[in-house]
Design a protein around this ligand. Structure first.
Ligand SMILES: Cc1cc2nc3c(=O)[nH]c(=O)nc-3n(C[C@H](O)[C@H](O)[C@H](O)COP(=O)(O)O)c2cc1C
Length: 207
């Protein structure tokens, strides 16, 4: 059954092997992140967010380990999580002034939706850990690209709190889990400027 925006294929359905699309190429050629400080409302509605997460999960995944999961922050949950950020930040930086503490507390309020992408490595699986981590990175990138195609600006951030043990506890991460990133999604208050890109001659060789 196809359900509106999700347009989800049936298991075993024959799919197109390619999707020629100038729009898709334009998106990929011009894609840029928008810094979270320049994001604001509106964010994706529930149906659109569900579609974004389905697309994010549709990544190459060797032996279908599904080595990732998503934690969605929206509405007042972003402020509630701010209490976790504030407590962790105060512990790390006891000398910090109140302006800085308020900034840290309000980080998740920068965008209407923040998706925590959690890497969940299955260490007993014969798919190497490295491949599982790469799959999770691909999920983050899919989420950015899909957000753009849905008309939203986004940024993939880790910042300090992705690496903080108290924050990990508050998120109830297991020992095999790490934050791959927090993807902030919303509307851009200001368009991003082009940034430097790799010198192709220095990264492409012919074997
Ligand atoms: C795993 C990961 C973590 C990142 N964390 C940060 C971060 O903490 N702070 C930051 O300013 N940019 C961070 N970035 C970079 C931004 O997401 C973004 O890629 C960059 O600012 C602009 O690149 P783009 O416009 O090509 O997307 C991170 C990128 C990756 C892949």
């Amino acid at each position: 059954m196809r359900s509106g925006i999700l347009n989800k294929p049936e298991l075993g359905e024959t799919l197109p092997s390619a999707h020629p699309s100038e729009d898709a190429l334009t998106l990929l050629r011009m894609r840029r992140s928008t810094a979270a400080d320049f994001l604001g409302p509106p964010g994706p509605d529930a149906e659109t967010l569900a579609d974004l997460l389905e697309i994010a999960a549709r990544v190459p995944d060797h032996r279908r380990v599904v080595p990732f999961r998503f934690i969605v922050f929206e509405g007042e949950a972003r402020d509630r999580f701010g209490e976790v950020l504030e407590a962790a930040f105060r512990k790390n930086e006891p000398e910090a002034d109140e302006t800085r503490i308020a900034y840290e507390r309000n980080r998740f309020l920068r965008a209407p939706v923040v998706v925590g992408v959690i890497s969940c490595v299955n260490k007993d699986h014969r798919t190497p850990e490295w491949e599982q981590v790469l799959t999770t990175g691909a999920a983050c990138q899919n989420l950015l690209v899909a957000s753009s195609a849905h008309g939203f600006a986004a940024q993939w951030l880790t910042e300090w709190y992705a690496f903080d043990a108290d924050v990990a506890d508050a998120l109830q991460l297991d020992d095999n889990e790490r934050v791959a990133g927090f993807v902030y999604i919303g509307a851009a208050r200001e368009g991003p400027k082009e940034r430097g890109r790799p010198d192709m001659a220095s990264i492409v060789s012919t074997y």
